[in-house]
Design a protein around this ligand. Structure first.
Ligand code: HEC
Ligand SMILES: [Cu+2]
Length: 325
């Protein structure tokens, strides 16, 4: 048996190491253990629920752990021989009733509070009140495509006007994805054949990052998004000024470059900068619409406009002379 001092030191070392590990984990997250600071009423409601649940569970954790340690110390064997039984303690009806009813009450409080907050989280309050524009968000392997009310398209980077309600329609072009920008709202799944809706009213200017939150294939981790909240006038100007060339540019950067590299030099997909296919509109159309082997059908549901904008942009960027249809 080690001397009590040596044992005390050992325990102290373990506790100190554990505390360091915990502090490290907390510091690695943004703002410690808290969700990112909310930039919309919906995200603020999520944060409120988070704090309530954290407070309740932290209190229970402390209660259980402190009691555990007290009991371990108080009822330790004190050198009693292994075969000798310790003191026998009979049941305690009141205590048992209390620890049955207590958790039921605590869960009821949590459930009640979550139900109370849920309409704020979903943005149902805002959506009923206004006839705001609807933006369609389509998940694709491995990018997000946004279609604004005027038909303009953007990839991966969404713009929203500051302090205006925007209705979001979340759909998928292929497999399950999940739309998630923590500062602005909770996850909304993008499921083939289904339209899920939410409404956001961004209350902070700036850029907020998000990512696909449903494993959707080999480049799932590249399925990032950023939402730029800009003054309404700037939003309108930007939206009106978007050209086919912008769409081609964004499509190349957000879709093709993830696999073929920013210079078409090859990455996960083969190099394409020199590919004779780039000159062939018909062959490219088929490739985008249907995919080929490991290349997904990235443009399965693009409009002809977007498809042609992308091909025009590719031919410009890689300086190929168009041939074929
Ligand atoms: C998820 C990854 C991925 C994405 C996104 C992607 N590709 Fe591909 N691409 C591939 C793979 C893998 C191949 C090889 C397919 C095969 O084996 O037949 C390929 C093949 C090609 C080829 C044929 C190369 C040759 O010479 O045979 C071209 C051209 C091409 N891609 C262009 C594009 C363009 C343009 C985009 C964007 C609109 C794009 N790809 C998006 C993965 C991707
Ligand atoms: Cu995804």
């Amino acid at each position: 048996m080690p001397a009590p001092v040596a044992r005390f030191r050992r325990v102290l070392t373990c506790v100190a190491l554990l505390a360091l590990a915990l502090a490290g984990t907390a510091a690695a997250g943004n703002g410690g253990v808290a969700p990112p600071s909310p930039a919309s009423p919906g995200a603020a409601h999520i944060r409120t629920v988070y704090w309530l649940i954290l407070a309740v569970t932290a209190a229970i954790f402390l209660l259980v752990e402190v009691t555990l340690v007290v009991f371990v110390v108080r009822y330790r064997s004190r050198g009693r021989a292994r075969k000798v039984e310790g003191a026998q303690i009979r049941g305690h009806t009141k205590l048992e009733l209390a620890w049955t009813a207590g958790p039921v009450l605590i869960l009821a409080v949590i459930v009640g509070f979550v139900f109370y907050e849920i309409s704020g989280i979903n943005g149902t309050g805002v959506s009923a009140a206004t006839s705001a524009p609807t933006i369609r968000i389509e998940g694709h392997q491995y990018y997000w495509e946004f279609t604004y009310p005027n038909g303009k398209v953007a990839i991966d980077d969404l713009r929203l006007p500051f302090d205006k309600v925007a209705h979001l329609e979340i759909v998928s072009g292929d497999v399950n994805h999940s739309w998630w920008v923590p500062a602005l709202g909770g996850k909304v799944d993008a499921i083939p054949g289904r339209t899920n809706r939410t409404s956001w009213r961004p209350t902070k200017l700036g850029t907020f990052h998000g990512q696909c939150a449903e494993f959707c294939g080999m480049l799932h981790a590249q399925m990032l998004t950023s939402v730029e909240v800009v003054p309404p006038a700037e939003y309108q100007t930007w939206l009106k000024a978007r050209t086919a060339d912008d769409v081609g540019h964004d499509t190349f950067n957000g879709v093709c470059a993830k696999c073929h590299g920013m210079n078409g030099q090859g990455l996960i997909g083969p190099p394409i900068a020199q590919s004779p296919l780039l000159a062939d509109r018909k062959a490219l159309t088929l490739l985008f619409r249907q995919g080929r082997n490991a290349m997904p059908a990235v443009g399965s549901d693009w409009s002809d406009q977007q498809l042609n904008a992308t091909i025009d942009y590719l031919q410009k960027r890689f300086k190929v002379k168009p041939s074929g249809g």
